[in-house]
Design a protein around this ligand. Sequence first.
Ligand code: ATP
Ligand code: MG
Length: 384
Amino acid sequence: MKCILLRFGELYLKGNNRYIFENKLIENVKKSLSGIDFKFVKTFGRYVITDYELEKQDEIVSRLKTVFGLYSLSIADEVESNKELIIEKILNYNVSDKTFKVFVKRADKKFSLTSMELARQIGEKILEKYPTSKVDLYNPQIKINVDMRLNGKSYVFYDNIKCLGGLPLGSSGKGLLLLSGGIDSPVAGFLIGRRGMVLEALHFHSYPYTSEQAKDKVIELAKKLAVYVGKIKLHIVSFTKVQEEIHKNCLPEYMITLMRRIMMRVAQKICEQNKLNAIVTGESLGQVASQTIESMTTTTSVVENIPILRPCIAMDKEDIIEIANEIDTYNISILPYEDCCTVFLPKNPVIKPTIEKCLKEERKLNIDDLVEQCLVNEEVLFID
Ligand code: ATP
Ligand code: MG
C-alpha cells in the first residue's frame, strides 16, 4: 500500500513540552490536508499518511511542504515486517544498469535479522534479479531504504523530500509583523512563522500619496504568507497625517527616524489590544540609513515590555531574495508601487540619529494624538 512517511526533527529536543509540540504538529498536518480523505497513523518517531486516493498524492505532498515542523517526507510502500514481503516489494523496482545501496533502519529490535544482515540479503536478491545492477556503498545512484517501525510495518522508499523544518505553528506565541510592500518583511514573517509564531500583520499606507494598488500588493503578499502561517488578521492603518505633520514641523533628515518611532508606538498599541507578544520587522543591519545600529536604537527605545524581533537582521540581501523566491513573494514585492516610506523620503536621511535629537523633534508634535488617530481609523481584513 502506498503511503507518505513524515519525519519531524527538533521536536525531540523539547523534553516535557514534547507532547504539546507534537499535538500542535499533528493538528497542523491534518488541517493542511482538509478536504482530502486520508488516514493518519502515529508510530514512534514518524507519522504515516495512508488510505488516500493515489491521484491526490502530489497535492498532499505539496500541502505538507507548507507545514512548519516537518523535516522530510518520503513516498513509501507499506508492507508487513516480513523478510519475504519486503524483498518482493523491492524487487518490483527495476534497478538494471544502476548502482544502488540498501539502507535498513530497524526500530523493531525483535526482528530476527540485524539491519546489516537484512540489507545484505536484500542486496543479493536484487543482484540475482537485475544482474546488470551494481552495489555502490559510497555514491549509489539509487538508495533503497527500509524503515522498520515498531507497529509491525516496514516502509520501503527511494527518496527523501526535504520539508520546511522549524517548529509547529502555534507553539511560539503570537507576533505582529510590520508588513511593507518590500522584499524583506514577508521573508521575516515566514522565518519567524517557521519558529512556530502565529502572525497578525500591520501595514501603513499614505493614501492618497500611495495608490490603491500599493495596498492590494500588501494583501497579495499576505495571501502568499498565509499559505504557511495560516489565516492572517491584517491591520491597515493610514499614516498620511503622521507624515504630513512630521514633514511640516520637523528636521527633514529626521523624517524617517521619527516615522519609524511612531510606527513602533502604533505597533505596540496594536499588540496590547490584540494580546500579541512581539513586533516583527524585516530590518537587516546596515541595509539602508534607517537600519544602522544607531537608527535601530532610536526605534527600539520607544517600545516597552515586548521584544522587537528582526529575523533578517544578519542576512545578506541575496539570501533574503532567495527565500522570497521560494515562498513566491519576490515577484509581487518588486512591483513598482510607492511605499509610504518613500513618499516623503528626505535627500539625506540621518545615518546616526540620537535619542536626544528625536525627543527634541518629537516635542514639535502631538505624538499621543497622532498614534491615537492611526488606531481609530484602522481597517481590518482577514486574509487566507
Ligand atoms: P522591506 O523590504 O520589508 O520593505 P526595506 O528594506 O524596504 O524593508 P524599510 O523601508 O527601512 O526597509 O523598512 C524596514 C521594516 O519596517 C520593514 O521590513 C517592515 O517591517 C517595516 N515597514 C516599513 N514600511 C512599512 C509599512 N509601510 N508598513 C508596515 N511596516 C513597514
Ligand atoms: Mg520597504
